[in-house]
Design a protein around this ligand. Structure first.
Ligand SMILES: C[S@@+](CC[C@H](N)C(=O)[O-])C[C@H]1O[C@@H](n2cnc3c(N)ncnc32)[C@H](O)[C@@H]1O
Length: 465
């Protein structure tokens, strides 16, 4: 089975969109063969045939914003077997016993592949179960309370039977197991517990509607590195900053995967430079602008800080590349057909402490947001190369009395002859029966990035010149 489990970030649809877009357009060609709200099962066209494909997986993991871990799949158990072995209510003991035996035999044959040596070895493993959804009752009541302990104990016995000198497993806090409120180990723990070494493994059990894929983690994201850049840079503004993960996702939607050192990208609303810092880290040739001089200074200083942290030589011509300019002047400041991509989060409206009234939000959209997006599209069309992409976020404002208010971004783009680029194409993703998992029947041209209780959500769009 040449499948890989990709553990998804919290916004699973956006993570799937990013992953599929990269599988389609980057050198890591492949497709999503199955998915849930927590994992995508990926089949590569040829990556798995490379001699050192783990290095390519690590490279792939590094560019993705919405993927936490990648595991190689060793086996699959269909959902009926799991449900017979671990029913919600035990009735037919014989059936349970028979199904558990089938699971044991799968575990038995997989362990020889998962651990290159077992005989005489000291082994350690952590079992991580990723359900369809964390709020599934089957997860909190059955999988964490019965399947997890079963796996921990049985894997240990099997390893001893196969001659291991020692076999220990990661113990999750008992209170989390009892309450059913259990998170699999975080990506940074994979690194702390050294679970990428030969004798220490994270075993992932990734559920979809079809069954459970059994894998071993091969790469994990290093969120602390991103967090450090985000939090320790000299200038930050958490009220308006975009997250490192979302910055990476937006950059990937530019479809600029090769030769990034020679790809010129612009953020015309640079702020404190989050997008630009991550673009620099991912090798792009970066340009930025902002109407506020203090923001321009902040971005330059943040960049200087990052460059020093990375022990790299200073960037030449920074004063010409990160400039003080209103969006309306961008095409005067930069040559025509100059940029390979534009990646940005414009001003999304004032910072609301409380939900505004519908009329107030509507006025913000009409008087501030619509004109700003018109200008942004007009200027982008001039400075973008033909075929270049604009990846942009726009606001959705939740109001007290009238639901949500948002600008009609697609209408503005259509008027300007910017081509819409789908973030997920229907024919590239398998169908799911659960409504919460399913993508619309038509291609998806925008996706929401929302955190709980946010008054203003972001919507992500991609356009092509
Ligand atoms: C949402 S912030 C960008 C945040 C940035 N992506 C970050 O993560 O740090 C929007 C920025 O747009 C700038 N801005 C607002 N109106 C502008 C205009 N008309 N032209 C250029 N910049 C503008 C603001 O000064 C602000 O820094």
């Amino acid at each position: 089975m040449n499948y890989f489990i990709f553990v998804l970030g919290s916004n699973f649809k956006l993570s799937l969109g990013e992953l599929d877009y990269c599988l389609k357009n980057s050198r890591f060609k492949g497709r999503i063969a199955d998915y849930s709200a927590n994992v995508a099962i990926v089949e590569f066209e040829s990556l798995h045939q490379e001699k050192y494909y783990v290095n390519s997986l690590a490279d792939f993991q590094y560019i993705l914003g919405g993927v936490q871990k990648i595991a190689k799949v060793y086996n699959f158990i269909d959902i009926q077997t799991i449900q017979q072995a671990f029913p919600r209510k035990v009735g037919d003991f014989n059936r349970v016993k028979k199904a558990r035996k089938r699971i044991l035999s799968v575990l038995n044959s997989s362990l020889d592949d998962i651990f290159p040596n077992i005989q005489g070895q000291d082994l350690f493993y952590a079992v991580s179960i990723y359900p369809n959804f964390y709020d599934d009752e089957y997860y909190s009541q059955v999988l964490t309370k019965h399947f997890l302990p079963f796996l921990n104990k049985k894997i240990m016995s099997l390893l001893f039977e196969k001659g291991a000198k020692k076999a220990l497993y990661f113990k999750y806090p008992e209170k989390n197991i009892k309450s059913g409120n259990l998170n699999p180990i975080f990506p940074h723990h994979v690194i702390t517990y050294e679970l990428l070494t030969e004798n220490r493994a994270e075993l992932i059990f990734g559920f979809t509607e079809e069954g459970v894929y059994l894998g071993r983690t091969f790469t994990a994201d290093d969120p602390n590195f991103k967090k450090k850049i985000d939090e320790e840079r000299p200038h930050k503004d958490f009220k308006s900053s975009i997250s490192p993960k979302l910055s990476l996702i937006l950059l990937n939607f530019l479809n600029l995967f090769s030769d990034r050192q020679h790809k010129k990208i612009l953020d015309p609303f640079v702020g404190n430079g989050t997008i630009l810092l991550f673009a620099f880290l991912h090798d792009f040739e970066i340009y930025g602008a902002d109407a506020r001089a203090d923001r321009v200074k902040n971005t330059r200083e943040n960049l200087a800080w990052l460059i020093k942290e990375l022990d790299q030589p200073p960037l030449p011509n920074l004063e010409k590349k990160i400039i003080n300019s209103d969006i309306s002047q961008i095409s005067i400041q930069f040559p025509s057909n100059f940029f390979d991509g534009i990646c940005t989060e414009p001003f999304l409206g004032p910072f609301f402490k409380e939900k505004p009234y519908f009329m107030e939000a509507q006025e913000v959209i009409e008087t501030q947001i619509n004109p700003l997006f018109e200008l942004t599209f007009r200027e982008s069309l001039k400075v973008l190369k033909k075929g270049g992409k604009l990846c942009i976020t726009a606001p959705i404002i939740h109001t007290l009395d009238g639901g949500e208010v948002k600008p009609n971004i697609n209408a503005i783009a259509d008027r300007m002859n910017l081509k819409r680029v789908p973030l997920m194409e229907t024919n590239r993703i398998v169908n799911k029966s659960n409504d919460r998992l399913r993508f619309p029947l038509k291609d998806t041209y925008s996706m929401i990035d929302a955190k709980k209780d946010q008054i203003v959500n972001r919507k992500i769009y991609v356009f092509e010149k």
